[in-house]
Design a protein around this ligand. Structure first.
Ligand SMILES: [Zn+2]
Ligand SMILES: [Zn+2]
Length: 229
């Protein structure tokens, strides 16, 4: 909970830092980020500092935020599954907190990010239906889900870098009006998803998935991410 308050009050809506927060070297307007696992703060980094913390599985205090974006074309929610997650709005981010060893949900609101106490069994059943969601890296990536509703017939899901989530939440906080955010917040969400869609490639399992999903009827899964299109 304290983490999210910190995001709400200290994240700048626009990333305007000009120096690497690890070594002090100048960085360009677009630059990578590193998560401090103790404070959960995002730090702006130059490319060499970023690469220092990119080692997979390294047990360190800082972790580089990956730069991949994925869509899940087969994503589905069963009847009532969104309601079981107890998210009061139609959009939420889910990330694995490796320190707390649990999945945390947060969603945008007038004060920045609000945390939802996620019923773990409800999230578990979403993952069981969509095994690709387990490709999420802890602490540094998030699954963003849009629920079915007035604006969309079916749910959709993307995997995004966690700094992109903070950026959206910060922007929405600036323009939020009234109960549901109003016109400007809706436009902000739309333009953010347009950029996410433009950068995303479809998720493909790395190996054939033998799981509950294979019991469904439907086309066979593409076996390898390495397949040349
Ligand atoms: Zn640096
Ligand atoms: Zn930055």
């Amino acid at each position: 909970m304290s983490t999210l308050r910190r995001i709400a009050t200290t994240r700048r809506p626009v990333d305007d830092r000009e120096h690497c927060e690890m070594c002090g070297e100048p960085v360009g307007e677009t630059h990578p980020h590193v998560v401090n696992l103790d404070s959960r703060a995002l730090m702006c980094a130059c490319r060499p500092c970023y690469l220092l913390f990119s080692t997979e599985g390294a047990r360190q205090r800082y972790r580089a935020v990956p730069e991949r974006y994925l869509t899940f074309p087969d994503f589905q929610l069963g009847p009532g599954q969104w309601e079981e997650l107890e998210i009061p709005v139609g959009l939420a981010f889910f990330f694995a907190n490796s320190v707390q060893e649990r999945t945390v949900a947060f969603y945008p609101g007038p004060a920045g990010a609000a945390e939802s106490e996620l019923p773990l069994s409800a999230w578990g059943s979403v993952v069981a239906l969509n095994p690709g969601l387990t490709s999420l890296a802890p602490d540094t990536e998030a699954i963003v889900i849009r629920a079915p509703g007035a604006a969309r017939a079916v749910a959709d899901a993307h995997l995004v870098p966690i700094d992109a989530c903070y950026e959206l939440v910060g922007r929405l906080r600036q323009v939020w009006r009234g109960f549901d955010g109003g016109q400007d917040a809706r436009a902000g969400v739309q333009s953010w998803f347009a950029r996410v869609d433009a950068r995303s490639r479809p998720y493909r399992p790395a190996a054939p998935v033998e799981s509950a999903s294979s019991a469904r009827s439907g086309p066979p899964r593409v076996p390898s991410e390495a397949t040349v299109q």
